[in-house]
Design a binder for this molecule. Structure first.
Ligand SMILES: *Cc1c(COP(=O)(O)O)cnc(C)c1O
Length: 400
């Protein structure tokens, strides 16, 4: 090939990048990164200015907890910064054992298995459970992107049902080919709406039809249920016959994902999940602080209590503004404005008043459902919540 041809081909790539970015910009869908000066907490520094933060998933305020930092730094000083290999080679540090015991203890399951992230857990576990085109996966339309990708990576047939529509799930189950293995998969608490899945009904259906239920409780773990075990505990369900996915990156203030369930399922996944087999283990610091987080969840129920109080406070504030806040116990509040541009305008308005809540647009949420997703931490103060409600009132009612 001539040099000029090669150049022209390369230019094509760069034209393509430009076209994509222009396409997104024209449709108010362009995304960019915002530099946050750590630590993150109820307030953060951005470009040297202080902002109230209402969009983090650090629900219990553990990401900057002194005990977490102590555990992480001590482990790094003692054991180094890397696992050096995947878990099935030489990367299965003893710290994993302690951490997995703590996960099983919280979730009351026989066994558990820690992954590098919640995303890695879903894209590993789902194809590991359901690998054949004869298998069927039944998945809620609002399930997290990592569940969707897990379904895509599995070779199973996937049926999507309308959000929380139990009757539709029953239809799909009763029409399935009798020979297929069926996996039902749902978020425990939906990440963008904060509502709970109808787990009791779904579990009953799973028993009735011999299907396996997988609940991704990324937002429930540490937050809901009496002991913080998550949405199964909230509904009074046991973890003996349900597969649970979770993450350390939200209420647990760290990084990593996990699977918790019966030992047979966990051992099966250990032998099949590509995101575990072909990826390096987590470093000592992360394993140690995750273990500390589970200890804090167990020993300090007052953090959950406080989060509940703040959740009640914001619920009543939003109701006074005229929003219909009809939701469960999760500290997640969708302020749905519909139009992308309007969501951006609201986000910018808050930003100018020193409050950081980015606009959530398609494809993260359906077209016409753009919103601000407000989330709370146990470290927020009632004054901070009041400031947020007042600023929203300015936007919606005082003609800003
Ligand atoms: C955040 C999230 C994940 C991904 O977890 P990470 O640990 O951040 O990779 C998976 N599932 C759900 C429902 C989530 O909200």
């Amino acid at each position: 090939m001539k040099y000029a041809d090669q150049n022209r081909l390369k230019e094509k790539w760069f034209d393509y990048f430009q076209d994509t970015l222009e396409y997104l910009r024209d449709r108010d869908l362009l995304r960019s990164l915002c530099p946050i000066t750590p630590p993150t907490g109820p307030e953060v520094m951005i470009h040297g200015k202080r902002y109230l933060l209402f969009c983090s998933n650090d629900y219990l305020g553990l990401a900057d907890d002194p005990r977490m930092k102590q555990a992480a730094s001590q482990a790094a000083l003692t054991f180094g910064t890397g696992a050096g290999a995947s878990r099935l080679i030489s990367g299965n540090l003893e710290l994993y054992n302690t951490l997995e015991q703590e996960v099983s203890r919280l979730k009351l399951t026989e066994a558990s298995l820690v992954f590098s992230s919640g995303f890695a857990a879903n894209v590993g576990v789902i194809p590991a459970l359901c690998g054949s085109p004869d298998d069927l996966i039944i998945s809620d339309e609002l399930n997290h992107a990592s569940i969707i990708d897990g379904c895509r990576l599995s070779k199973a047939r996937v049926e999507i049902y309308p959000h929380c529509d139990v009757e539709r799930v029953r239809d799909i189950l009763s029409n399935r080919p009798s020979s297929s293995k069926v996996l039902m998969v749902t978020d425990g608490i939906f990440s963008m709406d904060g509502d709970l899945a109808p787990l009791k009904e779904l579990f009953a259906l799973s028993l009735e039809y011999g299907a396996l239920l997988l609940v991704d409780d990324a937002h429930g773990t540490g937050v809901v249920g009496k002991t913080g075990a998550g949405s199964l505990e909230y509904f009074g369900l046991e973890g003996t016959e349900i597969i649970q996915i979770g993450t350390f990156s939200k209420a647990l203030g760290g990084l990593g994902g996990f699977l918790a369930g019966p030992k047979g399922a966990v051992d099966h996944v250990l032998n099949r999940a590509r995101s575990l087999i072909y990826s390096t283990g987590l470093p000592p610091s992360v394993l140690a602080s995750n273990t500390m987080a589970l200890k804090i969840v167990r020993e300090e129920p007052e953090r959950r209590e406080r989060l509940k109080e703040l959740t009640r406070e914001l619920t009543s504030g939003l109701k006074k503004l005229g929003f219909s806040v009809d939701k469960g116990p999760a500290p997640i509040f969708p302020v749905i404005v519909g139009d992308k541009r309007e969501a951006l305008r609201l986000s910018r308005f808050l930003w100018e008043k020193g409050i950081f809540v980015p606009a959530i647009r398609p494809p993260t949420v359906p077209e016409g459902k753009s919103r601000l997703r407000i989330s709370l931490s146990a470290l927020h103060t009632p004054q901070q919540i009041n400031a947020l409600v007042e600023t929203l009132a300015d936007f919606f009612w005082r003609g800003a």
